[in-house]
Design a protein. Structure first.
Length: 153
């Protein structure tokens, strides 16, 4: 096998690890952190990630590029707005959903994110093809399958 193929296979394990982390996250929030507010859980998770992210940014040299590049200085404000209005707000709502429902339902709701992204793309003028529609139907079928009521015996 060539190194490129081995590298691709190795990197695909990150997808599995992230899915496992996601599953642990939902179940830990439901079982051990349900007494905390959704804002507290979100603040703590971002607070824990802040220091390692800051260290990585510092050692990557990105701050030196900010001094020289005016476009990067402008772009960082859009990034901050997206972080607070998009990611943080979505995390607060998602943590609230975990508390109000089951972990399985909360996880299945996130499968709708690609459908919302395709809808935004459509509203922005992107072309929607057969594969996007088929993928959307598969996602909706999976969400229905996971959340359907099992017949009682």
């Amino acid at each position: 096998m060539s190194p490129k193929i081995i590298g691709i296979h190795f990197l695909s394990f990150f997808i599995i690890f992230s899915a496992l982390g996601y599953a642990f996250n939902i179940n830990i929030i439901k079982k051990h952190l349900s007494h905390l507010s959704s804002l507290a859980v979100t603040t703590a998770s971002f607070g824990i990630a802040f220091l390692p992210a800051l260290i990585i940014l510092f050692y990557s040299g990105v701050f030196n590029q900010f001094e020289e590049d005016k476009a990067m200085q402008e772009a960082v404000w859009y990034l901050v707005a997206l972080a607070f209005l998009g990611t943080a707000l979505a995390n607060i709502l998602f943590n609230r959903l975990i508390k109000l429902s089951s972990p399985v339902f909360a996880a299945s709701v996130t499968y709708l994110i690609p459908l919302v992204a395709v809808l935004w793309g459509f509203l922005d003028g992107e072309k929607i093809g057969f594969l996007q529609l088929l993928g959307g139907l598969i996602i909706l079928f999976g969400v229905w399958l996971v959340n359907r009521r099992k017949p009682s015996n």
